[in-house]
Write a protein that binds this ligand. Sequence first.
Ligand code: BG6
Length: 481
Amino acid sequence: MTSPTNESHSFTPADHVFVLFGATGDLAKRKIIPGLFHLAVAGLLPKKYRIIGVARKDSAISTKEFRSRAYDAVCQFGSNKPEGPMWRAFEETLSFAWANDDGTGNLVDAVTRAEEEIGGSAERLIHLAVPPSAVIGIVEMLGSSGLNRESKIICEKPFGVDLASAQELNRVIATCFDESRVFRIDHFLGKESIDNILALRFANGLFEPVWNRNHISYVQIDVPEKLTIEGRGAFFEQTGTFRDMVVTHLLQVLAFIAMEQPLSFDAKPLRDEIAKVFQSIRPIEPHCVVRGQYDGYRDEAGVAPDSQTETFVALRVHVENPRWKGVPFYLRTGKSMAEGRQVVTVGFNEPVIKMFPVDHLEGQRHGNELVTDFADPGSIHTHFLAKQPGPQMRLGPAVMSFRYEDSFRTANNLEAYEHLILEAMLGNQALFTRSDGIERQWEIAAPVLENPPPVEVYAQGSWGPASIERIVSPNRWSLPR
Ligand code: BG6
């Protein structure tokens, strides 16, 4: 995180060559290229920079084609229109090169040329926007071609597919890159409202004193998506929702909710606290997990007709430490669900003695919850009971709300990827995952990967299989609101 304590911190990175593997892929199109252009428009890219898209020879394209695809990507997914001098200057920085794992290709020449054009001593940031199975080949090629030297590297999630593959990835990366130059990205950590969890907790005496098992009865982290797999059949079949969303984003969000106060927001203390949370989480027991698959998933392109891959997961985990002992954390996420939301609900204990009758509220949710909506632009709602106006002491549900756009100027918000690419250029690892944290996440996930519960079919547009109720019983899943 760009240090909140250091007002003089510069947000303009040194001159850079940005090398994007997977430049013709979906992530580059949806997030990375539009994000880089937004950073340029916001004046947050270096004074001088070059962006080199890279693919293997068989899917390489020309620089002209790359620029045209970048234009289309920004039109479709960007927050700024690709037009005027700003776009022309950005477009000029884009070029394309190819590189195969055996070291053949013209990437080294392209990087040398870009560095010469910049002049002086440009830094190099290599972003691997490729599936886990492609990472080792590329990293070894970077090592043998010398492109690893003095470079920083961004690796996408999921980082490996299990403990053994994550360890192997970490081992190979360590032979080519110093850990201080490795940026394992989990874009949820770049979201304003996730970072704001730390502000909410550690900057406000209102919340931190009650942030523990004495006052909190459960935590629910909910990321239902309306999207289907959106044509990513091949990726999804290898990955599934458990790896794609749980052993990544949802556990990272959990760590922000559960961590102890770090000494500062610098990378080491922050990531030490995250690692301690993961150490305290018990490996997930398969009977605490429901895996679902939406009806029709098996008809998607690239999906096996008898696929057992899950598109939905709901589960319960426990953080075994003095702060959280006995408080269940419920996690739920899936594709093709009733709503698209990103929500953390912290449920507080009921008062010991209930002096006001609330029978008339039976079946409704009535208060005692702090709900953080962390999809941009983000909001927080405190749900509580209040006296209804009138002669009777009759209570009704009430809400206090914070919305980013009501309190702050949100026009210049950075989207999560933009924020994190900027942090990587600045060399700040605080919001990137560390090798020990990742490996521990795979240990936590291992019992489910080894012994997955069967997938249960759910209707598209629903809240997942009905059997998820057993995971939270006697509590109930809170629907986002
Ligand atoms: C990605 C997953 O990491 O996160 C996708 O691969 C998911 O499956 C996406 O849809 C959700 O992120 P957001 O915050 O960009 O909607």
